[in-house]
Ligand binder design. Structure first.
Ligand SMILES: Cc1cc2nc3c(=O)[nH]c(=O)nc-3n(C[C@H](O)[C@H](O)[C@H](O)COP(=O)(O)O)c2cc1C
Length: 203
């Protein structure tokens, strides 16, 4: 069969396309809210979840893994090394690992691609596309900090989910919406779902 070089799904006229990976750090709701926000922004999402992400989803939220899968346009098993997103020839606009465990951070930093999440991140880096890692651990060891510095020097953006207080959040919901909004700012996407700093306001 002749290859279809004009395939619109791979051309620059397609919808914005972002890989969303959920790993087993605490904060599964951040990954879920990211998928919801991207859906509202009409961005095409490609979802991969690790085994431990599925456990934290069940433990920490009202969602089930099938509910979360239903929020994405395309879903892959973390074992599927033949998925389109495992290749640089499949064009994407970037990848967010949210939340990102220290284990996945370490794998991405050293290029140890034994699952689809670390492989897709490796591909995003080699293609010089945008990779945002919402790394979550506290406190941080020298190993964690070194991995964060090193992966930053190789082009990734470390975005720890650290709350802001200037907007006086009244709930964890507010904190999560602010975090997701600031994270998607990095992709030039505006969720409109949080208050931006606009200087000190008069009483
Ligand atoms: C409830 C729960 C919370 C966890 N929170 C974190 C965390 O915040 N950061 C982290 O690096 N690992 C955390 N872990 C450990 C990771 O799940 C574990 O290292 C796992 O191997 C990560 O693999 P993955 O990156 O493939 O999901 C947590 C585990 C559980 C069960």
């Amino acid at each position: 069969m002749e290859p279809n070089h004009t395939d619109v799904s791979n051309s620059c006229h397609r919808r914005k396309r972002i890989i969303v990976a959920l790993t087993g750090a605490t904060g599964a709701i951040l990954g879920i809210k990211t998928l919801i926000a991207l859906r509202q922004l009409n961005v095409e999402t490609h979802l991969v979840m690790s085994k431990w992400a599925e456990s934290t989803i069940k433990y920490e939220t009202e969602y089930t893994p099938p509910n979360v899968r239903a929020l994405a346009d395309h879903v892959y098993s973390n074992h599927d090394m033949a998925a389109p997103i495992a290749s640089g020839s499949y064009r994407v606009d970037g990848m967010i690992v949210v939340p990102c465990s220290m284990k996945s951070l370490a794998a991405i930093n050293v290029g140890y691609c034994d699952d689809l999440i670390s492989r897709a991140a490796d591909v995003v880096l080699k293609e010089r596309r945008k990779l945002v890692l919402v790394t979550r651990e506290c406190p941080l060891s020298g190993i964690h900090l070194q991995n964060m510095l090193s992966v930053t020097q190789h082009g990734a953006i470390i975005f720890p989910p650290v709350p802001a207080f200037y907007n006086r959040p009244s709930s964890l919901e507010d904190v999560a919406d602010h975090t997701v909004g600031r994270m998607l700012d990095l992709f030039d996407l505006d969720t409109g779902g949080f208050e931006r700093w606009n200087g000190f306001q008069k009483e």
